[in-house]
Design a protein around this ligand. Structure first.
Ligand SMILES: Cc1cc2nc3c(=O)[nH]c(=O)nc-3n(C[C@H](O)[C@H](O)[C@H](O)COP(=O)(O)O)c2cc1C
Length: 437
């Protein structure tokens, strides 16, 4: 029988996803100053649940309140805020879909306002707009502590009613930093060979499985490559995918890139000329038409794994999605940005009411001022302004307010940083007051 967007998917753990569309993770930035979920999460995720995706994945949920990807992240490290977490999970599953928590640690991609000294496998700083501080190389004790935190967070979200977890191993966050030779220059059992660099991820996966049991869904988001010179390659990604398949994880989501190379959103930055030429020269026309950034890469991975594969990034055309499913190139389609404007995209694609999830999109500057500009400032304004524009729409959805697609790039950029700074400062003040009691 041909697989379509409407076909349910039985996972290795036995759970069943009602269809083949996943609302991929999008960080929300709407937690309160105690890092707890709020009514905004409830509004947002109830709306998305009604939108028809068989699986929704939360934005980054942090395992340690000291290190945030951005102010406004939800942190789950103990039972404070547990009721809000329960309410969030209930609203997000209201229409019968799965809702998984994306569990994450930013490592060096930690907002400076949350930590002046983040952690990373090695002390390699991310130099972008001075927003990220010099990281400290993790000690063995730090590594064991963070592993324990992933398990702890996974156990709490399961208790709160999330129906699965996704371990974030992509996009240059901590696990991805361990995988990459650029950020992992360790000489111990956590660095060097691929086996050593993957040890952190695989240890977390094994221990989370032990803690959650055989019948609870566990996913991993992994880069097909970092698209950076000397970084994590497609060949390495396929090997790590094979190891994850041996661990019988339930869904492997493939994406790519880091903050320095925003390939996940389709941008090619300054180092785009060194992106996996072995694959890029061979991109088939039909794939281009489908627009999916990582589908061709995912084929290399699909060949070596025996677990459901999801690919995220650029999927818009219904025909392309159906074709990829029918050809067994993947098992799930991940979609993110189009759901910032039309939360009902999944059900419209499944029913055939919509042929193309063509999104509104922020108008980027072009040419010498565009995202591929030689000038770092222009590059950053385009790339961060682009993402900030989506944050803005997510905020509107979470407040049940009308969307604002007309907001320009520069205004998105500045209003985002102003808001982030404001909530970052308020959070610091509240937390200092709390720790004084
Ligand atoms: C506003 C925004 C926030 C995002 N936050 C996350 C996140 O928290 N975790 C994650 O793994 N990916 C995150 N992503 C990446 C998306 O999950 C997805 O990989 C990317 O947007 C490509 O899919 P799309 O072309 O369908 O938008 C984010 C993307 C956007 C636009």
């Amino acid at each position: 029988m041909t697989t379509t967007l409407a076909t349910p998917l039985t996972l290795p753990c036995g759970a069943i996803l009602p269809n083949r569309i996943c609302k991929s993770a999008m960080t929300e930035g709407i937690a309160d100053s105690y890092d707890h979920a709020t009514d905004k999460h409830i509004n947002l995720y109830r709306t998305w649940s009604n939108g028809g995706a068989g699986l929704q994945i939360s934005g980054n949920i942090m395992v340690d309140y000291r290190y945030l990807e951005r102010p406004g992240n939800v942190v789950v490290q103990d039972k404070t805020g547990f009721e809000q977490l329960q309410d969030w999970a209930a609203a997000a599953t209201e229409f019968g879909n799965h809702f998984w928590a994306q569990i994450s640690h930013p490592g060096r991609q930690c907002a400076r306002i949350s930590s002046g000294q983040p952690l990373s496998p090695s002390d390699v700083q991310l130099k972008m707009l001075a927003t990220f501080a010099q990281p400290r190389a993790m000690t063995e004790e730090d590594i064991q502590d963070v592993i324990q935190r992933y398990i702890n967070t996974a156990v709490i979200v399961k208790e709160a009613g999330f129906t699965g977890v996704q371990i974030h191993g992509a996009h240059g966050y901590l696990i991805s930093q361990f995988l990459s030779p650029v950020t992992n220059q360790r000489k111990d059992q956590w660095g060097g060979t691929l086996e050593n660099r993957a040890r952190f991820l695989l240890t977390i996966v094994k221990k989370v499985r032990q803690a959650l049991g055989a019948s609870f869904p566990i996913g991993v988001k992994l880069n097909s490559a970092d698209f950076q010179k000397g970084g994590f390659t497609l060949t390495e990604s396929a090997q790590v995918a094979k190891w994850l398949s041996d661990e019988k994880i339930d869904v492997l989501e493939i994406s790519g890139g880091t903050y320095e190379q925003i390939k996940l959103l389709g941008h090619t930055g300054e180092q785009s000329d060194i992106e996996n030429p072995e694959v890029d020269k061979d991109v088939r026309e039909s794939t281009k038409q489908r627009e999916a950034y990582f589908l061709e890469y995912a084929k290399t991975i699909q060949d070596v794994i025996d677990i459901p594969l999801m690919v995220t990034g650029g999927f818009r055309a219904r025909d392309g999605m159906q074709e990829a499913l029918a050809n067994n190139e993947l098992d799930m389609i991940g979609i993110a940005r189009p759901l910032c404007f039309d939360p009902d995209v999944p059900k419209k694609l499944i029913s055939g009411e919509m042929d193309n999830a063509q999104q509104y999109a922020p108008k980027l500057w072009s040419g010498a001022f565009g995202p591929a500009s030689k000038n770092k400032i222009f590059r950053m304004v385009n790339i961060f302004g682009d993402v900030a524009w989506y944050y803005h729409q997510i905020l509107k959805l979470s407040e049940n307010k009308a969307l604002n697609p007309k907001i320009g790039l520069l205004r998105s950029f500045f209003s985002h940083f102003y808001r982030e700074y404001k909530i970052g400062i308020t959070r610091k003040w509240v937390q200092r007051k709390r720790s004084n009691h």
